[in-house]
Design a protein around this ligand. Structure first.
Ligand code: GLA
Length: 454
């Protein structure tokens, strides 16, 4: 006889794969050879909701993608998700979210959806707030790490494998999809959504892509974006289109002026195309894959001047786009706030005011690359430095403050992604920035994050 955990996992998997079919508790109990009462009791005990209510919430939440990004009318969407008629769908939708599908379409409200339950990992405690993600890389695809990912995280970002230099080393449209595809497919096969990182960046980009006349580079930019988004269409539903376009150490005067004056001039894209490369990139991405969520991603957004410049850039590009298209839909629909912090200079108030500022943009926010280094990092030594008890405690405290803050801002935050699982494999290994140590044992920081969810 299968154990309860496996059984409930299979039930959840079955629900997830049948959101567009007419699935209900009776059918599920038949499929799993249980009495309906028994299944209901197990489900309620584990998740504190009925099977029917969960299926309904998942269907309604999944339908939001179609409402926002497909041309289907409301009736078609209702039928697609197994509602017997349009009114039944509209009524359930209003009960769930407080407004109708039509209202959502017209006004593009930010909604808190019901995410798929991931009941047996501790991070699933955040299920009602946002997705909790991890990176994936050559190491983490190995079972010891991958099973940990499956257990604790419900979204994944490839750390490097989708970066331009790894996808296209040769001029003339020769792509190296194989390894990235294997990785992306393995993650998807396990029911975990993938966030794409990154299309346009000053780093990790082959030289030929940004060399040539202005017209050639402009073509390269558009073709590259189109090719990659087309290749992953249907597999990756959100992408960092542009990464790190704004420079550091801006003066007060610079940030009160034109955001275009705040761009990093050392970006080869900027050198070739000037400030317009950002808008060109987002427009090409929208055209290539209208149904995906396009992100701008950057670090240091807790510093008010950099945050102001990013805010202005997104607002300006979005306003122009909306005016031109006459639609309410934004071009840049997401902001990735990298969040590489250090326990010594962490300033909660700064992080809070920057979050608050970005909520006004009315786009989704994601904490895209979270890690918190300790003092060892500053000393600049190598790997596997043993953390002091004191550092471990301070780090745990900072993590818990942050997750408390994220919970507060949960209506705006769709994803919190850890930039590394364990200290040994982290890019900032010497600073021991992760939730798990080199033996994959949960650290004080992990427990702090977990306890903050309660
Ligand atoms: C930036 C990038 C990431 C990664 C880190 C270092 O934050 O966005 O892709 O390269 O630097 O690991």
């Amino acid at each position: 006889m299968r154990n309860q955990k496996d059984l409930l996992e299979s039930v959840l998997g079955k629900i997830e794969n049948n959101l567009k079919n007419d699935i209900n508790a009776d059918e599920l109990s038949e499929d799993f050879s249980l009495s309906s009462v028994h299944l209901q009791r197990l489900f309620k005990q584990a998740f504190n909701k009925s099977v029917g209510a969960y299926i309904r919430s998942r269907k309604l939440s999944a339908s939001i993608r179609d409402l926002l990004y497909s041309g289907l009318n409301v009736q078609d969407i209702a039928l697609e998700y197994g509602f017997s008629y349009e009114q039944a769908y509209i009524l359930s939708f209003r009960r769930e979210f407080g407004f109708t599908p039509g209202d959502l379409r017209r006004n593009r409200y930010l909604v808190k959806t019901t995410l798929p339950l991931k009941p047996f990992g501790q991070m699933s405690m955040y299920e009602n707030y946002f997705l909790v993600g991890s990176i994936i890389n050559e190491k983490y695809i190995d079972d010891s790490y991958f099973s940990l990912i499956k257990n604790h995280f419900n979204t994944v970002t490839p750390q490097n494998n989708l970066k331009p230099i790894l996808l296209t080393s040769n001029r003339g449209g020769a792509y190296n999809w194989d390894y990235a595809d294997q990785m992306v497919n393995r993650v998807l096969e396990n029911g975990i959504p993938v966030h794409g990182h990154v299309l346009v960046w000053h780093d990790w980009t082959p030289e030929w892509l940004t060399k040539g006349t202005k017209a050639e580079v402009d073509d390269n930019l558009k073709n590259y974006i189109t090719d990659v988004l087309t290749h992953y269409h249907g597999r990756i539903n959100s992408w960092d289109v542009v990464n790190e376009a704004i420079r550091d150490n801006l003066s007060a005067v610079e940030t009160t002026g034109d955001w275009k004056k705040c761009l990093r001039a050392d970006s080869p894209w900027y050198k070739a195309l000037g400030a317009n490369y950002i808008e060109t990139a987002f427009r090409a991405a929208r055209e290539a894959a209208p149904d995906i969520t396009l992100y701008y991603n950057d670090y240091g957004l807790e510093y008010p001047r950099k945050a102001d410049a990013v805010w202005k850039m997104i607002n300006d590009i979005n306003n122009r786009y909306k005016k031109e298209t006459g639609q309410e839909r934004n071009l840049i629909e997401g902001l990735g706030i990298q969040s590489h912090y250090n326990i010594k200079n962490f300033d909660e108030n700064k992080v809070r005011s920057s979050l608050r500022k970005f909520t006004i943009l009315n786009i989704e926010l994601s904490i895209s690359e979270l890690d918190i280094t300790t003092s060892a990092y500053e000393e600049g030594e190598g790997k596997d430095i043993v953390m002091t008890e004191h550092d471990a405690a301070v780090q745990a405290f900072v993590y818990s403050r942050l997750f408390k803050l994220y919970r507060e801002y949960a209506p705006y935050i769709s994803r919190v992604t850890m930039w590394g699982i364990d200290d040994h494999n982290s890019w900032l290994s010497a600073g021991n920035p992760c939730l798990f140590d080199r033996y994959l044992i949960p650290k004080k920081a992990f427990n702090a994050v977990f306890n903050t969810a309660k």
